[in-house]
Design a protein around this ligand. Structure first.
Ligand SMILES: [Fe+2]
Length: 328
């Protein structure tokens, strides 16, 4: 098992995770969940796609909901620092014989669409239409006061291979990881960042590639508790899958909910700064109960097994057999 050292000066500069497009069956039903309940802001509807953003976000979208026959995940995207970074990424994916093509996306500048080695549909762009942020428009605050997209967590059938790609090729830096309890530990999950908090992307062992969850950053734990009160009294009781609680990993206060199509969304706050070059990745054992939840509560089986398929990606069984602690 390898914990990769950071690539100090990667050939291109990925700034942060930026957006995700989720397939939904009924746009109005999804609007009630994401806008009326969680509190995301509706930037605009274009055709059968709804473009949403958080209160502090000044880019056009971070969540796109698109009516589709199958509720798959169409793409997720990263912002890069400059247009020239896009050309360098295209060059590198082509050298690696991975799919990479230029595409146009609503409200985004030049966009490079790729697939990573596991088959996940990613895109990179440098510019997005700017919209006036609502951070101090407190009259617009609803739901859990969602501020911004924070991270994406994906199942991958080969954590070692996916981790090596994101760390060594794309320049993501390791903050925390989970290893198996074996005498010769295997990597089970890893948390990786570009923007300076715990993660932009996490990679988890499982049937993959699939989206495990997309996370939204909220101001305080009390906003998450308020969302529990709100969801439990407005018809969304069964949509609360796990939490609220505090993760051992990342120290985050969390709640996991399932949207009307089953996509998992995490409401997330109170992780920490990771920008120091001498930051040492933090390791956890898979069967340490406090790894999942600092207070010792195990996650339900659905949390380890269910996820959303990616558009056009073939799902494979994991190469690593390992059993986390599951709530009974
Ligand atoms: Fe998460």
């Amino acid at each position: 098992m390898t914990v990769h050292h950071p690539v100090v000066n990667p050939p291109f500069n990925i700034v942060r995770v930026s957006h995700v497009e989720l397939g939904v069956a009924d746009l109005e039903r999804s609007r009630r969940f994401y806008v009326d309940t969680l509190g995301l802001i509706e930037t605009e509807q274009v055709g059968r796609s709804l473009y949403l953003r958080g209160l502090e976000e000044r880019n056009h979208h971070s969540f796109i909901l698109t009516e589709m026959a199958e509720p798959v995940v169409r793409r997720f995207g990263f912002k890069v620092y400059a247009e020239s970074d896009l050309d360098l990424i295209q060059q590198r994916f082509t050298e690696l014989e991975l799919p990479a093509e230029w595409t146009s996306q609503h409200a985004q500048g030049r966009t490079l669409r790729v697939r990573d080695p596991a088959g996940m549909p990613l895109e990179f762009y440098a510019s997005m239409d700017s919209i006036e942020r609502q951070l101090q428009n407190y009259g617009a605050y609803r739901g859990c006061h969602p501020q911004r997209i924070d991270h994406i967590n994906c199942f991958t059938h080969d954590v070692d291979a996916s981790y090596e790609f994101y760390a060594q090729e794309l320049g993501f830096r390791t903050t925390e990881y989970t290893e198996t309890d074996d005498p010769e530990p295997q990597m089970w999950a890893v948390w990786l960042h570009r923007k300076g908090n715990v993660h932009d992307i996490a990679l988890t062992n499982g049937r993959g590639p699939r989206l495990h969850h997309a996370a939204i950053w909220v101001p305080t734990a009390m906003h998450i508790i308020h969302l529990c009160d709100l969801m439990s009294t407005t018809g969304y009781l069964d949509a609360m899958e796990r939490g609220p609680g505090r993760h051992g990993i990342s120290n985050a206060f969390f709640l996991y909910v399932r949207d009307p199509d089953g996509h998992r969304i995490e409401l997330f706050t109170s992780d920490y700064l990771t920008v120091d070059p001498d930051f040492e990745p933090i390791g956890w054992k898979l069967r340490d109960a406090q790894r999942q939840t600092l207070w010792g509560h195990a996650a339900p089986r659905s949390w380890f097994e269910e996820g959303s398929c990616f558009y056009g990606a073939e799902v494979q069984n994991p190469t690593l057999e390992a059993r986390p602690i599951v709530a009974v």
